[in-house]
Design a protein around this ligand. Structure first.
Ligand SMILES: Cc1cc2nc3c(=O)[nH]c(=O)nc-3n(C[C@H](O)[C@H](O)[C@H](O)COP(=O)(O)O)c2cc1C
Length: 596
């Protein structure tokens, strides 16, 4: 597929905009619209200097575009994968013919090396291979600099037997060096260790653009040792076309728009970040390996793909949905009784998973919880809620919440410990944190609660503690109503929680926040699932307490640095407004998603 095949979904912005904040801010707003478009910026600038290469953002703009990019329904691809996994030796002639078709699909996964590749039309070597040719963006005000955000990073094992591509952001340190933000659990980080042990330099190549499916494949959580490019061939139903890089032995997509080739020395690390991340918080500064650039090649007329991550919803919602659907059959190989699952984007994927199962014996959901927490990138999941076969569709969030609260019993909660995503900011220790599993497959016993009106309840709570600022109840018609309390954080939430026990006949689940989401359930889920570590922040007593506040060094004795929220820059939003570029989205929606 070529970018041109998606032209009906592209909105062209000819007005010159700066690569620093302006272009990414507009893409950020576009992604929050009801039907977002792909944006092509034909005049990217930096302090008055114009770049020759246009910037394309929101390439995975919406569900329809994703379907176009994958060439068919995601469910159809998932079914094909499932039938391959379940393949049995054929007996009859028709079974043999079917099996032949399936094997043909596998044959498509083998990469084909080509000689004359469009991505090597222009070759810049030595002094000419500099990053300032590219319209690389600075997305957020507090970012440590500019970052390549849609780079497919190609690496291979020391003995060459394993090849990998992953999408990792790359910080521009200077014209010839990039920061390689492959997190500790990721495949390239494992390969990197092989080079470190051997004391040898590691070749790295970064491809940008080409068929958009390459970009998604770089994000796909394939098991270690399996080259994601094979998945590309399987989905596209044709052999992936790769070309050898000019200055190293790695192979990259022949149709890439831009290829940056180089190497890294495993003994050289440099501080990376901060960076406004997809958690909606900044990830803090930390050392990562450094890539030295040898050669840059491009197509005749390249475009530069970039994405913006920050508070949801954003483009990664659509990329993540494709991953969720396509990986269901693979997940079922380790959790066969899993019927379906959903990773809502406001749970920023690893913070919340909803799973549907048909339990057949006591502890069945516990068994699946443990298996998920032990599988590849699923092991990053912090909060897993299991519902029964009779539950409404997992993406009907209103109904599923109602179902969960009617099937929630404190005795069916499991709090455990495991690895967490390197981006997680709330765990007591970096990389290791609490896990919450809720088995909501059985109807809850429930207890009698006398619901008070919000205003009345607020008064009663305020009498107990002056620091409480707002109170809002949700799902009061269910067996487990939720009461959200916003308070001025001069003390631990736990102190207020203890006082609230005096109101236990009016309360069931109490959630504490010290941020502005009290009346905004979408962002409330985002905030709370981000901010809690189940081992520290959940109290199951006469009532249930959840501390979803931002943690503080002094108040909470939180030893790590708490990162800031990812927020837009006011002057940039004003400028875009004055240029008439912010349209198709109401002020109310902009406020809901905390853009303004
Ligand atoms: C927009 C976007 C940005 C990402 N940035 C990073 C990153 O900077 N570092 C990282 O380790 N993973 C990042 N990821 C996730 C990886 O691409 C994903 O985990 C992938 O499966 C890694 O490949 P690997 O398993 O081959 O290492 C990002 C994903 C998306 C969708």
């Amino acid at each position: 597929m070529k970018l041109d095949d998606l032209k009906h979904y592209i909105k062209v912005i000819d007005i010159p905009l700066d690569v620093n904040l302006e272009i990414p801010h507009l893409a950020y707003i576009e992604a929050k619209k009801k039907n977002p478009k792909i944006l092509m910026f034909t005049n990217p600038m930096e302090n008055g200097k114009k770049f020759d290469i246009p910037v394309v953002m929101n390439i995975f703009a919406n569900d329809e575009v994703v379907r176009e990019i994958f060439g068919r329904d995601l469910e159809e691809i998932a079914k094909e994968i499932e039938s391959l996994i379940k393949m049995k030796p054929p007996k009859t002639l028709s079974e043999k013919l079917k099996a032949f078709g399936k094997l043909f699909a596998i044959k498509n996964t083998i990469p084909k090396r080509v000689k004359d590749a469009e991505c090597q039309y222009h070759i810049y070597e030595g002094e000419a291979a500099t990053l300032d040719r590219l319209p690389i963006l600075k997305t957020w005000e507090k970012d440590g600099g500019k970052f390549i955000t849609m780079g497919q990073v190609y690496t291979k094992s020391l003995d060459g037997s394993v090849r990998n591509v992953g999408m990792y952001r790359l910080q521009v340190y200077d014209n010839k060096r990039l920061g390689l933000h492959w997190q500790i659990h990721k495949d390239s980080a494992h390969l990197f260790w092989e080079y470190k042990k051997a004391g040898l330099k590691m070749p790295v190549s970064v491809a940008i653009g080409g068929d958009p499916l390459w970009t998604w494949c770089a994000t796909a959580p394939m098991p270690p040792g399996i080259f994601e490019v094979m998945l590309y061939g399987f989905i596209r139903r044709k052999n992936p076309r790769l070309v050898k890089c000019i200055s190293n032995d790695l192979e990259v997509p022949a149709d890439a728009d831009i290829v940056i080739e180089g190497w890294c020395d495993p003994n050289e690390m440099e501080i990376e970040g901060m960076f406004g991340d997809h958690t909606g918080y900044y990830t803090l500064k930390k050392p990562f390996p450094v890539m030295h650039i040898k050669t840059i090649t491009t197509k005749k007329e390249p475009v530069y793909y970039a994405t913006v991550v920050g508070k949801p919803p954003l483009e990664d919602k659509y990329m993540g949905y494709a991953t969720e659907r396509i990986f269901l059959p693979l997940l079922k190989t380790t959790a066969p009784d899993l019927i379906d699952y959903a990773m809502p984007e406001n749970g920023v994927f690893h913070n919340l998973i909803l799973a549907k199962i048909a339990p057949r014996y006591p502890g069945h959901s516990l068994q699946i919880m443990h298996s998920l927490w032990g599988v590849g990138q699923m092991s990053f999941v912090k909060h897993a809620i299991f519902v029964g076969e009779d539950a409404p569709p997992l993406r009907d969030y209103e109904k599923i919440t109602e179902y969960i609260l009617n099937h929630f019993d404190p005795e069916n909660i499991l709090i455990s410990k495991g690895i967490v995503d390197e981006l997680d900011h709330s765990s007591i220790k970096e990389l290791i944190g609490g896990k919450l599993g809720i088995d909501a497959t059985k109807e809850a016993k429930g207890i009698d609660i006398k619901i008070l009106e919000d205003k009345k309840l607020f008064e009663r709570i305020k009498e107990l503690d002056e620091s409480v600022e707002e109170v809002k109840q949700y799902m009061t018609h269910t067996k487990n109503p939720i009461c959200v309390i916003k308070y001025k954080k001069t003390k631990r939430a736990r102190e207020i929680f203890d006082k609230l026990k005096a109101l236990k006949k009016h309360l069931r689940i109490v959630v504490f926040i010290n941020t502005p989401e009290t009346f905004n359930p979408y962002m409330l889920i985002w905030r709370v699932t981000n901010n809690i570590d189940a081992l520290r922040d959940i109290w199951i007593e006469e009532i249930i307490g959840i501390d979803g506040t931002n943690k503080d060094k002094n108040i909470d004795e939180f030893d790590r640095e708490w990162p800031p929220d990812v927020d837009t820059t006011k002057e940039v939003i004003e400028k875009l407004k004055n240029l008439g570029l912010i349209e198709g989205i109401s002020e109310e929606e902009l406020r809901k998603y905390q853009v303004i």
